[in-house]
Design a protein around this ligand. Structure first.
Ligand code: ADP
Ligand code: MG
Length: 254
Protein backbone atom coordinates (compact mmCIF):
# COMPACT_ATOMS: atom_id res chain seq x y z
CA UNK A 1 0.00 0.00 0.00
CA UNK A 2 2.96 2.32 -0.48
CA UNK A 3 1.00 4.16 -3.15
CA UNK A 4 -1.34 5.54 -0.57
CA UNK A 5 -1.03 9.32 -0.62
CA UNK A 6 -1.93 9.60 3.07
CA UNK A 7 0.61 7.01 4.19
CA UNK A 8 2.22 8.34 7.35
CA UNK A 9 -0.88 10.28 8.37
CA UNK A 10 -2.59 9.12 11.54
CA UNK A 11 -5.49 6.75 11.00
CA UNK A 12 -8.78 8.36 12.09
CA UNK A 13 -10.96 5.29 11.71
CA UNK A 14 -9.62 1.75 11.70
CA UNK A 15 -11.85 -1.22 10.96
CA UNK A 16 -10.06 -4.33 12.11
CA UNK A 17 -11.64 -7.59 10.99
CA UNK A 18 -15.14 -6.21 11.60
CA UNK A 19 -17.99 -8.69 11.62
CA UNK A 20 -21.67 -7.83 11.81
CA UNK A 21 -24.55 -10.26 11.96
CA UNK A 22 -28.28 -9.76 11.57
CA UNK A 23 -29.51 -13.02 13.06
CA UNK A 24 -27.74 -15.68 11.02
CA UNK A 25 -27.07 -13.31 8.16
CA UNK A 26 -23.49 -12.11 7.88
CA UNK A 27 -23.73 -8.45 6.82
CA UNK A 28 -20.03 -7.68 7.33
CA UNK A 29 -17.49 -10.43 7.10
CA UNK A 30 -13.99 -9.54 8.25
CA UNK A 31 -13.72 -5.94 7.06
CA UNK A 32 -10.20 -4.55 7.48
CA UNK A 33 -9.88 -1.02 6.17
CA UNK A 34 -8.65 2.30 7.48
CA UNK A 35 -9.17 5.95 6.70
CA UNK A 36 -6.30 8.30 7.42
CA UNK A 37 -6.42 11.94 8.43
CA UNK A 38 -7.36 14.26 5.58
CA UNK A 39 -8.26 11.39 3.31
CA UNK A 40 -11.38 10.73 1.25
CA UNK A 41 -12.31 7.06 1.26
CA UNK A 42 -15.09 5.98 -1.09
CA UNK A 43 -17.04 2.78 -0.51
CA UNK A 44 -18.52 1.32 -3.67
CA UNK A 45 -20.26 -1.92 -4.54
CA UNK A 46 -23.66 -3.40 -5.29
CA UNK A 47 -26.76 -2.68 -3.26
CA UNK A 48 -26.95 -4.85 -0.14
CA UNK A 49 -23.19 -5.41 0.03
CA UNK A 50 -22.80 -3.84 3.50
CA UNK A 51 -21.68 -0.27 2.80
CA UNK A 52 -24.33 1.46 4.92
CA UNK A 53 -23.89 -1.11 7.64
CA UNK A 54 -20.20 -0.25 7.88
CA UNK A 55 -21.03 3.47 8.17
CA UNK A 56 -23.52 2.73 10.95
CA UNK A 57 -20.88 0.68 12.75
CA UNK A 58 -18.53 3.69 12.49
CA UNK A 59 -20.62 5.95 14.66
CA UNK A 60 -21.94 3.22 16.94
CA UNK A 61 -25.47 3.28 15.54
CA UNK A 62 -24.87 -0.47 15.29
CA UNK A 63 -22.92 -2.76 17.55
CA UNK A 64 -20.49 -5.18 15.99
CA UNK A 65 -20.21 -8.93 16.56
CA UNK A 66 -16.51 -9.33 16.00
CA UNK A 67 -13.33 -7.38 15.36
CA UNK A 68 -12.79 -3.76 16.35
CA UNK A 69 -13.60 -0.26 15.20
CA UNK A 70 -11.03 2.24 16.48
CA UNK A 71 -11.57 6.00 16.40
CA UNK A 72 -8.27 7.83 16.89
CA UNK A 73 -6.89 4.57 18.16
CA UNK A 74 -9.60 4.05 20.79
CA UNK A 75 -12.20 1.25 20.44
CA UNK A 76 -15.79 2.43 20.04
CA UNK A 77 -17.53 2.40 23.41
CA UNK A 78 -20.47 0.04 23.88
CA UNK A 79 -22.00 2.24 26.57
CA UNK A 80 -24.65 4.44 24.89
CA UNK A 81 -23.68 7.64 26.72
CA UNK A 82 -20.06 7.29 25.67
CA UNK A 83 -21.12 6.28 22.18
CA UNK A 84 -23.10 9.51 21.86
CA UNK A 85 -19.95 11.49 22.61
CA UNK A 86 -18.06 9.68 19.85
CA UNK A 87 -20.99 10.20 17.47
CA UNK A 88 -20.73 13.96 18.05
CA UNK A 89 -17.27 13.89 16.51
CA UNK A 90 -18.67 12.47 13.28
CA UNK A 91 -20.87 14.31 10.84
CA UNK A 92 -23.37 12.07 9.11
CA UNK A 93 -25.11 12.94 5.85
CA UNK A 94 -27.88 10.63 4.64
CA UNK A 95 -29.57 10.05 1.32
CA UNK A 96 -32.77 11.75 2.48
CA UNK A 97 -31.34 14.86 4.16
CA UNK A 98 -33.45 14.47 7.32
CA UNK A 99 -33.70 18.19 8.02
CA UNK A 100 -36.16 19.46 10.61
CA UNK A 101 -39.18 20.37 8.43
CA UNK A 102 -40.48 23.05 10.79
CA UNK A 103 -37.17 24.95 10.98
CA UNK A 104 -35.62 27.18 8.36
CA UNK A 105 -32.19 26.47 6.86
CA UNK A 106 -30.38 28.72 9.34
CA UNK A 107 -32.05 27.14 12.37
CA UNK A 108 -31.43 23.64 11.02
CA UNK A 109 -27.71 24.44 11.02
CA UNK A 110 -27.66 26.39 14.30
CA UNK A 111 -29.64 24.03 16.51
CA UNK A 112 -27.03 21.32 17.06
CA UNK A 113 -24.36 23.61 18.53
CA UNK A 114 -26.99 25.23 20.80
CA UNK A 115 -28.64 22.09 22.14
CA UNK A 116 -25.69 19.71 22.11
CA UNK A 117 -22.63 21.92 22.57
CA UNK A 118 -24.30 24.62 24.69
CA UNK A 119 -23.29 27.44 22.34
CA UNK A 120 -25.17 30.75 22.58
CA UNK A 121 -27.93 31.26 20.00
CA UNK A 122 -26.25 34.38 18.64
CA UNK A 123 -22.91 32.68 18.14
CA UNK A 124 -24.52 29.55 16.67
CA UNK A 125 -26.51 31.60 14.16
CA UNK A 126 -23.46 33.60 13.17
CA UNK A 127 -21.54 30.41 12.50
CA UNK A 128 -24.53 28.84 10.76
CA UNK A 129 -24.66 31.79 8.37
CA UNK A 130 -20.97 31.32 7.54
CA UNK A 131 -21.57 27.65 6.86
CA UNK A 132 -24.54 28.41 4.62
CA UNK A 133 -22.28 30.79 2.72
CA UNK A 134 -19.72 28.05 2.41
CA UNK A 135 -22.26 25.70 0.79
CA UNK A 136 -23.55 28.52 -1.42
CA UNK A 137 -26.89 29.02 0.33
CA UNK A 138 -26.61 32.32 2.21
CA UNK A 139 -29.54 33.68 0.22
CA UNK A 140 -31.75 30.76 1.30
CA UNK A 141 -31.08 31.01 5.04
CA UNK A 142 -34.72 31.73 5.88
CA UNK A 143 -36.21 29.10 3.57
CA UNK A 144 -37.85 26.05 5.09
CA UNK A 145 -36.87 22.65 3.70
CA UNK A 146 -40.00 22.38 1.55
CA UNK A 147 -38.93 25.64 -0.12
CA UNK A 148 -35.57 24.22 -1.14
CA UNK A 149 -34.62 21.84 -3.94
CA UNK A 150 -33.22 18.44 -3.03
CA UNK A 151 -29.70 19.59 -3.80
CA UNK A 152 -30.17 22.67 -1.64
CA UNK A 153 -31.58 20.60 1.23
CA UNK A 154 -28.62 18.28 1.02
CA UNK A 155 -26.22 21.24 1.14
CA UNK A 156 -28.03 22.48 4.27
CA UNK A 157 -27.63 18.98 5.72
CA UNK A 158 -23.89 19.15 5.03
CA UNK A 159 -23.68 22.59 6.69
CA UNK A 160 -25.60 21.20 9.66
CA UNK A 161 -23.13 18.35 10.05
CA UNK A 162 -20.18 20.76 9.74
CA UNK A 163 -21.65 22.99 12.46
CA UNK A 164 -20.68 20.33 15.00
CA UNK A 165 -17.05 20.63 13.87
CA UNK A 166 -16.71 16.93 13.18
CA UNK A 167 -13.40 15.20 12.91
CA UNK A 168 -14.70 12.98 10.14
CA UNK A 169 -17.69 13.23 7.80
CA UNK A 170 -19.67 10.13 6.83
CA UNK A 171 -21.80 10.32 3.68
CA UNK A 172 -24.29 7.60 2.77
CA UNK A 173 -25.25 8.00 -0.91
CA UNK A 174 -25.70 11.74 -0.50
CA UNK A 175 -26.81 12.26 -4.11
CA UNK A 176 -28.91 9.14 -4.71
CA UNK A 177 -32.23 10.84 -3.99
CA UNK A 178 -31.50 13.95 -6.06
CA UNK A 179 -32.67 15.11 -9.45
CA UNK A 180 -29.77 14.74 -11.87
CA UNK A 181 -29.40 18.50 -12.32
CA UNK A 182 -28.75 19.09 -8.61
CA UNK A 183 -26.24 16.28 -8.07
CA UNK A 184 -23.30 18.37 -9.26
CA UNK A 185 -23.81 21.17 -6.73
CA UNK A 186 -23.67 18.67 -3.85
CA UNK A 187 -20.62 16.88 -5.24
CA UNK A 188 -18.90 20.26 -5.66
CA UNK A 189 -19.44 21.09 -2.00
CA UNK A 190 -18.05 17.68 -1.06
CA UNK A 191 -15.04 18.20 -3.29
CA UNK A 192 -14.40 21.57 -1.65
CA UNK A 193 -14.50 19.93 1.78
CA UNK A 194 -12.06 17.29 0.58
CA UNK A 195 -9.73 19.99 -0.78
CA UNK A 196 -9.83 21.70 2.62
CA UNK A 197 -8.54 18.50 4.19
CA UNK A 198 -11.70 17.08 5.76
CA UNK A 199 -11.47 13.36 6.49
CA UNK A 200 -14.39 11.73 4.68
CA UNK A 201 -15.94 8.30 4.22
CA UNK A 202 -18.32 8.39 1.27
CA UNK A 203 -20.68 5.66 0.08
CA UNK A 204 -21.46 6.57 -3.51
CA UNK A 205 -22.54 5.36 -6.91
CA UNK A 206 -20.99 8.45 -8.52
CA UNK A 207 -17.98 6.75 -10.06
CA UNK A 208 -16.59 9.88 -11.70
CA UNK A 209 -16.57 11.56 -8.27
CA UNK A 210 -14.86 8.56 -6.66
CA UNK A 211 -12.34 8.43 -9.49
CA UNK A 212 -11.38 12.10 -9.19
CA UNK A 213 -11.82 12.89 -5.47
CA UNK A 214 -11.15 9.68 -3.53
CA UNK A 215 -7.70 8.92 -2.17
CA UNK A 216 -8.71 5.37 -1.46
CA UNK A 217 -11.51 3.21 -2.84
CA UNK A 218 -12.96 0.13 -1.20
CA UNK A 219 -15.06 -2.29 -3.23
CA UNK A 220 -17.69 -4.26 -1.33
CA UNK A 221 -19.57 -7.39 -2.30
CA UNK A 222 -21.65 -9.65 -0.07
CA UNK A 223 -20.30 -8.15 3.15
CA UNK A 224 -16.68 -8.53 2.12
CA UNK A 225 -14.02 -6.22 0.76
CA UNK A 226 -13.33 -7.49 -2.74
CA UNK A 227 -10.53 -5.07 -3.40
CA UNK A 228 -9.18 -1.76 -2.11
CA UNK A 229 -6.69 0.65 -3.53
CA UNK A 230 -6.10 4.06 -5.05
CA UNK A 231 -8.71 5.11 -7.64
CA UNK A 232 -6.26 4.61 -10.48
CA UNK A 233 -6.06 0.92 -9.63
CA UNK A 234 -9.76 0.41 -9.01
CA UNK A 235 -11.03 2.26 -12.06
CA UNK A 236 -8.28 1.60 -14.58
CA UNK A 237 -6.67 -1.68 -13.62
CA UNK A 238 -8.86 -3.50 -11.11
CA UNK A 239 -7.32 -6.63 -9.67
CA UNK A 240 -10.56 -8.42 -8.90
CA UNK A 241 -12.97 -9.92 -11.37
CA UNK A 242 -15.88 -8.75 -9.24
CA UNK A 243 -14.67 -5.13 -9.35
CA UNK A 244 -14.62 -5.35 -13.15
CA UNK A 245 -18.11 -6.90 -13.14
CA UNK A 246 -19.50 -4.21 -10.87
CA UNK A 247 -18.00 -1.32 -12.84
CA UNK A 248 -18.99 -2.91 -16.14
CA UNK A 249 -22.55 -3.22 -14.85
CA UNK A 250 -22.61 0.51 -14.15
CA UNK A 251 -21.32 1.19 -17.63
CA UNK A 252 -18.06 2.61 -16.32
CA UNK A 253 -15.40 2.85 -18.98
CA UNK A 254 -12.07 4.00 -17.71
P1 ADP B 1 -25.65 -1.39 1.14
O1 ADP B 1 -25.59 -0.12 1.91
O2 ADP B 1 -24.33 -1.82 0.59
O3 ADP B 1 -26.71 -1.36 0.08
P2 ADP B 1 -26.54 -2.48 3.67
O4 ADP B 1 -25.38 -2.25 4.53
O5 ADP B 1 -27.70 -1.57 3.82
O6 ADP B 1 -26.07 -2.57 2.14
O7 ADP B 1 -27.08 -3.96 3.90
C1 ADP B 1 -26.26 -5.09 3.87
C2 ADP B 1 -27.11 -6.31 4.09
O8 ADP B 1 -27.56 -6.34 5.44
C3 ADP B 1 -28.34 -6.36 3.20
O9 ADP B 1 -28.54 -7.69 2.79
C4 ADP B 1 -29.45 -5.93 4.12
O10 ADP B 1 -30.67 -6.50 3.74
C5 ADP B 1 -28.97 -6.42 5.47
N1 ADP B 1 -29.46 -5.56 6.55
C6 ADP B 1 -29.15 -4.26 6.72
N2 ADP B 1 -29.73 -3.77 7.83
C7 ADP B 1 -30.43 -4.79 8.37
C8 ADP B 1 -31.24 -4.92 9.54
N3 ADP B 1 -31.45 -3.89 10.37
N4 ADP B 1 -31.79 -6.13 9.79
C9 ADP B 1 -31.56 -7.18 8.97
N5 ADP B 1 -30.80 -7.12 7.85
C10 ADP B 1 -30.24 -5.94 7.56
MG1 MG C 1 -26.75 1.59 1.64
Amino acid sequence: MSERKSAGQAPVVVYDNVRKLYGDFVALDGITVQVNKGEVMCLIGPSGSGKSTLLRCTNALETIDGGRVLIDGVPLPTDERQARKVRQRMGMVFQNFELFPHKNALDNVAIGPVTVLGMSEAKARERAMKLLEKVGLASKALNFPNGLSGGQQQRVAIARALAMEPEVMLFDEPTSALDPETIGEVLNVMKKLADEGMTMVVVTHEMAFARSVADWVVVFDHGKVVEQGPPRQIFEAPHAERTRDFLGHLGWQG
